[in-house]
Design a protein around this ligand. Structure first.
Ligand code: BES
Ligand code: MN
Ligand code: ZN
Length: 513
């Protein structure tokens, strides 16, 4: 007998688990900004600023060089503008000074500081290992945290698959110089900023992972790690269980793929008993080829991001486990690939949905709503008080609102308002689209209860109207993140690739923080 042992080599890269982003260290100092030895001093400037306080001190220390440069360059303190003084000739302890615009003083919000943090870190990351921030903008809670959030979010890069390290970021430490900020508040603010950034960056990493790695089973594995770290309850249904339970949307969509589907249910239980529970539901299509209604190549590329909603759910559950709000939170994910295999579901098929309704398949590329039908009906069975789903659901939503704004729809104006308000506070742009009774006819079916797709007109809205069939009477909001979940290019406030859009909105909505 001849024994041949075969070693299967994977064709995809060998993964290390290094995080793509920087771990910044933060410290507080009461020392004057003139005396802190550092590669760079960052000074925030309000519009129409007067040379007073630390700016005056720095400008005086530099014998007026700062004011001269600002004058010459027409720097006025607008948000998004910055100005570098690249030599200080030993006149102050810092080697360089970066002025960053804070906009109108009366309009300063946490959003401004988050943006300033994102922009500032990009300016300084490659030139210095240590930076000092003059933190005279505000000592009220939330402000330092927002700035640190910005610094951490702005330093994100997905480098896991680069074998050559190009332009390594140098920045390691950021010192805040302030006499007003209390050490205890500072420590809390830093901790919260880290929590938010880590949750967002988890969601970004998941979106950025290639689909060969991030399959539904891998997503489930990562979900169970998040659950274990955060002491959350974790139930994962495999193909057999999904079939047994009659989650037929997932069955249909996954039928064209070799990769088995997963249904993921994480539960956060508050320490004190509570009646109130909320379900956060995510679309987890790890790759959307369109199925038999195959996408053209240009539209197929980037479709690894079609699990963006599920990435938000995991980011949120990670954060909730640490913030521990007084409400039960269910994180639900319906995960599958959408492929073209011989058993693939077809246009004209009829699906017997989890809640008993029937769905006529018009277009296999409208798969997100089909898998969400299971997850939403399942949420209703959990007797939750509110359901919020996040999904990279329609190209139509991007056509309507552009790439930076998510569409919000639903059956309950109060809940929609809560989501909209939360998103405004954290600087994630959302806009409500109307549910239009006249449009509902678009998804009436001749052979079943509903069709899974209407015409191109009002596509984001008819998708939401489809979902509405699966939430019963439960207050529900749907966030279509097709645009902002993924950036093809670096935009001013988002990295290219996965953005983690929605993590901060949902955390704010759930915890008020
Ligand atoms: N995942 C896509 C939506 C999408 C498109 C997200 C572009 C992000 C960027 C979704 O499954 C889809 O294919 N939707 C179709 C629906 C249509 C067939 C009714 C669409 O938007 O074209
Ligand atoms: Mn699709
Ligand atoms: Zn999709």
């Amino acid at each position: 007998m001849l024994n041949i042992s075969v070693i299967f080599l994977k064709w995809y890269p060998n993964f290390n688990n290094s995080r793509g982003y920087n771990q910044l260290e933060f410290a507080l100092s009461t020392e004057s900004v003139l005396k802190l030895k550092t590669d760079i001093l960052v000074v925030g400037i309000f519009k129409g600023f007067k040379y007073s306080g630390s700016i005056k001190a720095v400008n005086d220390g530099l014998k007026g060089a700062l004011a001269n440069l600002a004058e010459e360059e027409g720097f006025k303190g607008d948000i998004g503008k910055s100005l570098m003084l690249s030599r200080t000739f030993g006149k102050i302890a810092a080697k360089r000074v970066l002025l960053v615009g804070l906009g109108e003083k009366s309009e300063l919000t946490q959003n401004t500081l988050r943006k300033v943090g994102i922009l500032a870190i990009k300016e300084i990351r490659n030139i210095s290992s240590k930076a000092v921030f003059s933190a005279e903008f505000s000592s009220s809670p939330g402000y330092v945290s927002a700035l640190c959030e910005g610094l951490l979010l702005g330093s994100y890069e997905f480098k896991k698959y680069k074998t050559q390290n190009s332009d390594e970021s140098k920045i390691k430490k950021v010192i805040f110089s302030s006499k007003q900020i209390k050490a205890k508040l500072f420590a809390e603010e830093i901790e919260f900023a880290k929590l938010i950034a880590e949750s967002t960056n988890l969601a970004r990493d998941l979106v950025n992972e290639p689909p060969v790695y991030l399959t539904p089973s891998k997503l489930a594995e990562i979900a169970s790690q998040v659950a274990e770290e955060g002491d959350l309850k974790c139930e994962i249904y495999d193909h057999a269980e999904i079939e047994k339970r009659g989650m037929n949307g997932l069955m249909a969509v996954s039928s064209g793929s070799e990769e088995p589907p997963r249904f993921i249910h994480l539960t956060y239980e508050p320490r004190k008993k509570t009646r109130k529970s909320i379900a956060i539901v995510g679309k987890g299509i790890t790759f959307d080829s369109g199925g038999l209604c195959l996408k053209p190549p240009d539209s197929m590329r980037t479709m690894k991001m079609d699990m963006g909603g599920s990435a938000v759910v995991l980011g949120v559950m990670k954060a909730v486990a640490q913030i521990r709000p007084q409400v039960r939170v269910h994180g639900l994910i319906a995960s599958s690939e959408n492929m073209t295999g011989g058993k693939a579901y077809k246009p004209d098929d009829v699906i017997n949905a989890y809640n008993g309704k029937t769905i006529e398949v018009i277009n296999t590329d409208a798969e997100g709503r089909v898998v969400l039908s299971d997850a939403l009906s399942y949420a209703v069975e959990l007797k939750v008080d509110e359901i919020v789903d996040l999904a990279t659901l329609t190209g139509a939503c991007m056509v309507g609102l552009g790439s930076y704004t998510a569409g919000v729809m639903g059956n309950d104006q109060k809940l929609i308002d809560k989501i909209r308000k939360a998103s405004d506070l954290v600087g994630e742009k959302t806009w409500q689209l109307p549910m239009d009774d006249e449009l509902r006819a678009e998804i009436d079916s001749n052979v079943a209860d509903i069709k899974n797709a209407g015409s191109r007109m009002g596509g984001a809205i008819t998708a939401a109207m489809f979902l509405e069939n699966f939430v019963g009477e439960v207050p529900w909001a749907h966030i279509d993140i097709a645009g902002p979940a993924f950036m093809e290019k670096d935009s001013s406030y988002n990295p290219k690739g996965g953005t983690g859009f929605g993590v901060r909105t949902i955390i704010k909505y759930l915890t008020g923080k």
